[in-house]
Ligand binder design. Structure first.
Ligand SMILES: [Cu+2]
Length: 220
């Protein structure tokens, strides 16, 4: 066999291995108690065998303030990542959190604060604004790179998981039961994504999330 051909064959078999590894994944489907899709549900997969693969690096992410709302409402990051909180409104905001996973404060400001905030502990960080009480958002700081949140159809596909045993759980800002009660053992194999489903009891939101419209009752 000539050398070029054997190199080509070696390259193709490498591609085959990579595509098989990439094929393993989880397809999560989350609904409320009535079976309606639950958006903004965070799905977390923790490998049972060995340490989580170091995929990518902690990053600098963004949570905007637009129209007196945090956007996105739920932000998912890996532990060690940082978030910048640019204010895109023409009023000042005062962003804070009292959550044990990260207590911080960005006193009244416009524009982008100079320093992003680093999240170095896993957990849930509830953020608010001192001026606009309805402004609430959540940051889910995950201990694993295998994490994502559902879209409006209540579905999230986690891709690129090494095949193996995982403890998989779900969190939603309005869930009644503790996050730990949702944990389930899942065997992820190469091939089609392994399905996992949850039906969550969700509380009605305690406070209206949208800013009141001009002329409507409510504070500004
Ligand atoms: Cu505000």
């Amino acid at each position: 066999m000539n050398r070029l051909l054997s190199k080509a064959i070696a390259f193709c078999s490498l591609l085959a291995v990579v595509s098989v590894v990439d094929a393993a994944g989880l397809a999560a489907h989350v609904t409320n108690a009535d079976g309606k899709p639950a958006a903004d549900a965070v799905v977390i997969a923790v490998p049972e065998t060995g340490a989580p693969a170091r995929i990518g690096k902690p990053a600098i992410e963004v949570v905007d303030q637009i129209g007196k709302e945090f956007t996105p409402y739920v932000k998912v990051i890996r532990v060690g990542s940082s978030i910048s909180f640019p204010n895109k409104d023409n009023v000042r905001h005062h962003v804070y959190s009292f959550s044990p996973a990260k207590t911080f404060e960005l006193p009244l400001y416009k524009g982008t604060p100079a320093e992003p905030v680093q999240f170095d502990k896993p957990g849930i960080v509830r953020i608010g604004c001192n001026i606009h009480d309805w402004m609430i958002g959540y940051i889910y700081v995950a201990e694993t790179p295998f994490v994502g949140k559902t879209g409006k159809h209540g579905v999230i596909e986690l891709e690129g998981l090494p095949a193996g045993h995982y403890r998989v759980r779900v969190w939603h800002p309005w869930m009644e039961d503790a996050e730990q009660t949702t944990e389930t053992a899942v065997d992820v194999r190469d091939g089609a994504p392994t399905p996992v489903e949850w039906k969550l009891k969700l509380k009605p939101e305690l406070a209206p999330r949208r800013a009141p419209l001009p002329g409507e009752a409510g504070y500004r």
